[in-house]
Design a protein around this ligand. Structure first.
Ligand code: 7PM
Length: 278
């Protein structure tokens, strides 16, 4: 299996890592402190050296309970960073946005992937993405970020999530997005309680029916904190345990804040798998 990323292709014969680059106001400072394009480039170069194959740039906080970022603010944060990374690093750049204007300008600035937590359900997003030469990651979310963690309910897991993604794939296909440039993602933590996240991860192998590359984002998430009793800065091992479980069950790409340690873990897992074949 391989994934078309603009003019390049990424082999998915081995697990891949997507590094998270947030260009949102730093919640650990007094506020108003943004990552400048130069700082962003340094951090991206570091993640690329650590083994990230894709850098995912996000300028909107999709955190539970958060509100939307105004368009111009998101453009101002994201586009200069996409430009800089695309021109100075030999790495695939992804844009984490649900807004069609951001998708369009980001791809024009060099992004080769659109990572949309709304799976192109916002007005105009489907049409714009169809007209761009970029891969599209379709993620499942129940509800919207303002309220999704209040009382998520499912009839069946992972069935409900798989059916949602299958429907989005059909709609995207009908709109002209080729399957060769689609990925799917169960959306861990997006309208899911701890039991839901565990059930999804335990049964991740069932997503194979979609016959598309599978991306998972697990690092630092709240449910890992609930399991371990650890604050956000101390969840690296928990995230790696979850990532290995996901890879074992067929995930192809791990989206993570903790690139170096995730790459190490995946290299060992892959070597073990290869030894079993030989
Ligand atoms: C607070 C809570 C801050 C959650 C940030 C988050 C995913 C994603 C995010 C994912 C894909 C985070 C999330 N998560 N995109 N964007 N898959 N495709 O942990 O799981 O970064 S935001």
């Amino acid at each position: 299996m391989e994934l078309r990323l603009g003019h390049r292709t990424l082999s998915l014969e081995q697990p891949r890592v997507m590094g998270v680059l947030n260009v949102t106001p730093d919640s650990f400072s007094d506020g108003g402190n943004y990552l400048s394009p130069d700082q962003a480039l340094l951090r991206a170069a570091e993640m690329h050296e650590e083994g990230a194959d894709i850098i995912d740039i996000g300028g909107d906080s999709t955190r539970p309970g958060s509100e939307e970022t105004p368009l111009q603010e998101e453009l101002d944060r994201v586009i200069p960073v996409v430009e800089r990374l695309s021109s100075r690093l030999d790495v695939a750049v992804s844009v984490d946005s649900s807004k069609p204007e951001v998708m369009e300008q980001a791809v024009r600035a060099g992004a080769v992937m659109i990572n949309d937590v709304f799976a192109l359900r916002k007005e105009g997003a489907l049409e714009v993405a169809a007209g761009l030469d970029a891969a599209v990651c379709l993620m499942h979310m129940q509800g919207s970020p303002e309220s999704m963690q209040q009382a998520p309910v499912y009839g069946e897991l992972p069935g409900d999530v798989i059916r949602f993604l299958a429907e989005r794939v059909e709609i995207c296909s009908a709109a002209g997005i080729e399957k060769e440039r689609m990925l799917v993602d169960p959306g861990f933590g997006f309208g899911k309680n701890d039991a839901h996240n565990l059930k999804l991860l335990a049964n991740l192998d069932q997503f194979a029916v979609l016959e598309l590359p599978l991306l998972v984002g697990l690092s630092r998430k709240q449910w890992l904190g609930n399991l371990t009793g650890k604050p956000v800065g101390e969840r690296v091992s928990a995230g790696i345990a979850a990532a290995l479980a996901a890879i074992d069950r067929g995930a192809n790409i791990v989206r993570t804040h903790d690139v170096a340690s995730t790459v190490d873990a995946l290299m060992v897992a892959e070597a073990i798998k290869q030894a079993g074949r030989g």
